[in-house]
Unconditional design. Sequence first.
Length: 433
Amino acid sequence: MNTHSITHSKPSMISQIVVFIFVSLGILYASEHHFNLTTVVYTSIIFIGSYMLAYIIDKKRKVEVLAYILGGIAVVNIAFFAGQLSFVEFFQKSNYWHTIGEVVLGLLFLRLALETNVSIIPQVGVRAILLAVLGMVFVGTAGYIGLLPFQFSGIQLAFIIVALVPTSAGVPMITMNGKGMGKALVATFVLVAAIADDILSLVLLTVLDGAKDGNVDVIILLKKVGTTIAFLLIGSAVGYLANKRFLYQLFHKLGSEKSVLIVTLIWGAIFGIIAYLLGVSVVIGTYTAGLFLAKATYDKGRKHVELEHIIDPWVKILAPIFFVWVGGQFLVANITINALLLALVMLIALTIGKYLSAKACVIGAKDNIKKMTFGLVFGMFARVEVALIIVAMAITSGVLSQDQITALILMVLISVIISIIGLSKWVDKNPNS
């Protein structure tokens, strides 16, 4: 077997931008099924404007991903007050953003899996699952109690609580990755909890979708959960065997960074597509693909380049799209006193629930895990993907009022900002966690 090490060099900014443009336009065509001048111009303005604003904000030494959120907010609100309502509608309602968000998160989770230390998962597995379950229970209970005075209908209450309880894994993972904490114990803890959270979110979305029509199909519910768990188990086994049998040898025969990158992306895409076709979250598919792939370049006693360092530049050029999209959901013109009050109640419920669940899951743990309490609170604080899916469902079904929708978007935005800033500060104070 050829055991020469894989070369590693950072791709040029021009090559990254070219890839970024092709990916963006390709997904635009796939989601909209056509190109027209308006959508291409809108997409260009959103990206260029957001990235320029983010660059300015980032120069002020603020958190980078927060800069993209603020850039997205600025662009969509400038367009709204300039009377460009079709632009705003494209930014907030086009299938393009949901599709490209899935691709970006899928790539992100492939990257995260490549740096996950599989050997420490057993140390945090049970407690991480407990964190996810208790987080949903405590946040949901606190939210229910806090929302009772508003006298919402049963279905409105269900929509808001289901939007409130699931965690966004993308926000904390990008934040910790930016801090060089991707392999830390706290990162693995949050990742395992996020996977459990994702499975529970599938259950909630299925129940909510049925409740909206007055019919919850238990068979479909059990089928989705069973399919997800089976995919995780079978996918992990396939990944382990593939790495052991041929991927290790294949990567060393290829030798070049570009070849290894292409094979890694194809491997992740295969798992992501299979997951999508089975009705499983794409991020679970790509994460499963990368979980055992990380060891494929290892060579006993010889230097090697870890796959995450090869794929990382491409993740960094695409990841901001996710945060630009989040920022673009927020319109200042829709803010009312009632929406602010409702968002405040949701954030208080979120804070109480996440703190209690983090404290509960570290009871009886070793000191190094007990010290992670606030890291877990901030790591599990952000709400994005599921909450915005709920907003989209609410808009199409007419279940929620404009104030309720605005409050949900405001809650999402503030939860992301709190998660980014809080987790960044915590990581700076606890670099060895």
